[in-house]
Design a protein around this ligand. Structure first.
Ligand SMILES: Nc1nc2c(ncn2[C@@H]2O[C@H](COP(=O)(O)OP(=O)(O)OP(=O)(O)O)[C@@H](O)[C@H]2O)c(=O)[nH]1
Ligand SMILES: [Mg+2]
Length: 307
C-alpha cells in the first residue's frame, strides 16, 4: 500500500495547437506510448490521462487534442470540450509550441484550455522540436516568449529525443502540492486496454491512408474477450462517413484492410505483450462527425469513456 504515502502529487494539463508535439512529450514523460503520434494535425481526439510516478511523486498528465480555431464539425467542438475538461483539476499547465514556427501569442490556447483559471495557474511554455533549428535561433525564440507572454518559465526541449524532458519534470514538481498518491505506482494510465487498442488502429489508419480518410474514421472496439489460455479475441469496427471512404479503406480484394489489420495486430500484441486475434470491419454512418448523439456514444462527451 505504498501509494497512500504523502508525496508530491498533482494534475498537469498539456495544451497547445495541433501537431506541436504534446503527445510525444506526454509519452516521453510517462515512459510509455499512451497517446498516438503522427505527423498529421488533430491526431489526439480525447484527453488522455497518463500517470508518471517516481519514488516521491506522482504527476497525472492530461494530453489533450490540439486547440483549433475553425470548428468544422461537431466533433471539433466536442474535442475542444475535452481540452477544457482537462484543465478542471489542473495544478499547473504546460503550453507546448513548435520552435520551428514563427513565435505566436498563446492567448487563444490558454483561453480555450483553461479560461479564467489562466491567471491563477502556474504556466510553463515548452519550446519543442529544438533539434530542428539552430541554437542561436532557439535563444531568440526563447527570449521572445519570455518577453511577450505571461508564462512563468520557458524551457526548450526536444520531446522526440527526450532532451530537456527532465527539466520539464523538475519544473512541474516544484509546482505540485503535497498529498496522498492516487494511483498504484505500477500503473501508467486508467484508460482500459481496449481504449488503446482502438487508438493503435487509428494510428495505423493515419499511416496507411491519405488526405481526408483518417479524419472521417471512428474506431470502436465492439468486442474484447480476454482468454487466458488462448489468444484474446478483439473485434473492431471502423466507422466512416461515406461509401467511397469504405471502398478506399477496404481496397482492391480487401488487400488494404488486411494490411491495416496486420500492422495494427502486431502493435497491439506488442502493447499487450500477448497474441491476439483481431477482426476489423468497416461500416458507414452518414455524417457521424455531425451527429451529437453518436459522438456522445463514441465517448466525446467530455468524460473519460466508461466501458
Ligand atoms: N523533430 C522533432 N519532431 C517532433 C518532436 N516532437 C514531436 N515531433 C513530431 O511532430 C509530429 C506531431 O507530434 P504529436 O506528438 O502527434 O503532436 P500533438 O501536439 O500531440 O498533435 P495533435 O494530437 O494532432 O494535436 C510527429 O511527427 C512527431 O514525431 C521533436 O522534439 N522533434
Ligand atoms: Mg496528440
Amino acid at each position: 500500500m505504498d501509494y497512500l504515502l504523502e508525496e508530491v502529487l498533482g494534475y498537469v494539463a498539456v495544451l497547445g495547437k495541433p501537431n506541436v508535439g504534446k503527445s510525444t512529450l506526454s509519452n516521453q514523460m510517462i515512459g510509455q506510448k499512451l497517446s498516438i503520434v503522427t505527423d498529421k494535425p488533430q491526431t489526439t481526439r480525447h484527453r488522455i490521462l497518463g500517470i508518471c510516478s517516481g519514488p516521491e511523486y506522482q504527476m497525472i498528465l492530461y494530453d489533450t487534442p490540439g486547440v483549433i480555431e475553425k470548428k468544422m464539425h461537431k466533433l471539433d467542438s466536442m474535442m475542444m470540450k475535452n481540452v477544457r475538461s482537462a484543465a478542471i483539476n489542473a495544478d499547473c499547465v504546460l503550453v507546448v509550441v513548435d520552435a520551428c514556427k514563427v513565435p505566436q501569442q498563446i492567448d487563444e490556447v490558454l483561453e480555450e484550455g483553461v479560461g479564467s483559471l489562466k491567471e491563477k495557474l502556474p504556466i510553463l511554455l515548452v519550446l519543442n522540436k529544438k533539434d530542428l533549428i539552430k541554437p542561436g535561433e532557439i535563444a531568440k525564440r526563447l527570449e521572445w516568449y519570455e518577453k511577450s507572454t505571461n508564462v512563468d518559465e520557458v524551457i526548450p526541449v526536444s520531446a522526440k529525443y527526450g532532451h530537456g524532458v527532465d527539466d520539464v519534470k523538475e519544473w512541474i514538481l516544484s509546482k505540485l502540492p503535497i498529498g496522498p498518491a492516487y494511483y498504484p505506482k505500477d500503473i501508467a494510465s486508467e484508460h482500459p486496454e481496449r481504449f488503446f487498442v482502438g487508438e493503435i488502429v487509428r494510428e495505423k489508419i493515419f499511416m496507411q491512408y491519405r488526405n481526408e480518410v483518417p479524419y472521417a474514421c471512428q474506431v470502436n472496439v465492439v468486442n474484447y474477450i480476454s482468454r487466458p489460455t488462448s489468444k484474446d479475441f478483439i473485434e473492431v469496427e471502423i466507422v466512416v462517413e461515406k461509401n467511397s471512404q469504405k471502398i478506399i479503406l477496404i481496397g482492391k480484394d480487401g488487400k488494404a484492410l488486411k494490411l491495416l489489420a496486420t500492422a495494427a495486430r502486431l502493435d497491439i500484441e506488442d502493447f499487450l505483450q500477448k497474441k491476439v486475434f483481431l477482426e476489423v470491419e468497416v461500416k458507414v454512418k452518414v455524417n457521424w462527425r455531425q451527429d451529437e448523439d453518436l459522438l456522445r456514444h463514441y465517448g466525446y462527451g467530455g468524460q473519460i469513456r466508461a466501458f
